[in-house]
Design a protein around this ligand. Structure first.
Ligand SMILES: NC(=O)c1ccc[n+]([C@@H]2O[C@H](COP(=O)([O-])OP(=O)(O)OC[C@H]3O[C@@H](n4cnc5c(N)ncnc54)[C@H](OP(=O)(O)O)[C@@H]3O)[C@@H](O)[C@H]2O)c1
Length: 294
């Protein structure tokens, strides 16, 4: 028996990775791919290893599964166009990949008889080639119609991922957590690289200098909890060092200093919860970090 068909509208970094894995594991057969540009659809079909690159919705045929992998702001518009196309059959599964939005963005497809869901792989698809194997073990956070969620279960299994259901009303806050853990860690690393660069460390050394600290701290925080993982001047209540560091940053890297203050306050809130916290020292540090530069 042949695998159910998959049409992809918006086959960018995330969608092409998923489609390629489903194609390789033979759980779905990619039929057609529609992107904004024809060249991009051809490239996506090449990556997936299947699927006809098309340049308009009218060139697509029926499929059991429709994956909408466009950026979040475009999901509703694409869903409306799909619902109006007459291509959907009752019971077809339509899903998008946004972490922030629920399947209500697909309301027009639901009204057209499709079963709808959102499926958010908690994975960063910066490099789809790498994601093909790196996605294994990630959580896929889903919500939507029960029939659609059940239809997505074997797809999640084929990714070697784990399905986790969520209340759609909480997706926006859930996604803020993802932004902190993924995008803001990258932003934070940008500041770390800027600071060590300003200290004269050659760029060629910076990654290896920071790698064990970054990965070790992340591993410790996830394994032991943030209170036990926090080390450094704020955890030690070292007011003098924090004052000197802030002063240096204000002079050399004022933009970085603003984030040092904000994150220092967040670190101090964690330090307060640790066993044996020096609350008086932490109060002095918080006053220092919260004080406007005079
Ligand atoms: N990237 C991640 O790490 C990640 C992780 C989890 C979930 N997601 C979710 O996955 C979705 C896509 O993100 P992404 O990073 O994969 O985006 P992306 O790489 O920018 O890909 C978006 C794709 O949509 C196509 N597109 C845009 N407008 C279109 C339209 N009107 N009709 C047809 N195709 C259209 C683009 O075509 P062109 O190539 O021609 O411009 C592009 O191929 C988002 O909802 C995002 O939240 C992303």
């Amino acid at each position: 028996m042949s695998a159910p068909g998959l049409n992809v509208i918006g086959c960018g970094r995330a969608a092409r990775t998923l489609a390629a894995i489903w194609q390789r594991t033979a759980v779905l057969e990619t039929i057609a791919i529609l992107n904004r540009s024809a060249a991009s659809a051809v490239a996506a079909a090449g990556f997936v290893g299947a699927g006809k690159a098309v340049s308009d919705l009218s060139q697509m045929a029926a499929a059991e599964f429709w994956m909408i992998g466009v950026g979040d702001d475009r999901i509703s518009g694409v869903a409306d166009a799909l619902a109006a196309s007459g291509l959907l059959r009752p019971g077809d599964i339509v899903f998008h990949l946004s972490g922030a939005h629920g399947s209500d963005k697909l309301a027009s497809c639901r009204d057209a008889g499709a079963r709808c869901a959102s499926l958010h792989p908690a994975h960063s698809f910066a490099d789809p080639g790498r994601s093909l194997s790196a996605i294994a073990g990630c959580r896929c956070v889903v919500e939507g119609d029960n029939t659609a969620i059940d239809a997505l279960r074997p797809l999640v299994m084929a990714l070697e991922a784990v399905l986790l259901e969520i209340d759609p009303a909480q997706k926006i806050v859930y996604h803020a957590g993802m932004v902190f853990a993924s995008n803001y860690v990258v932003a934070l690393l940008g500041d770390a690289l800027t600071a060590v660069g300003a200290a004269g460390i050659p760029e060629s050394e910076a990654a290896e200098l920071l790698r064990p600290l970054l990965l070790g701290s992340a591993a410790n925080a996830l394994e032991y909890g943030v209170e036990d993982a926090l080390t450094g001047p704020i955890a030690r209540g070292d007011t003098t060092l924090v004052a000197a560091q802030l002063d240096a940053l204000e002079r050399i890297l004022p933009g970085v200093a603003a984030r040092y203050r904000a994150l220092g306050l967040a670190a101090s809130a964690i330090a307060r919860r640790a066993d044996g916290a020096d609350l008086e020292a932490l109060a002095r540090i918080e006053a220092l970090l919260g004080r406007e530069r005079g």
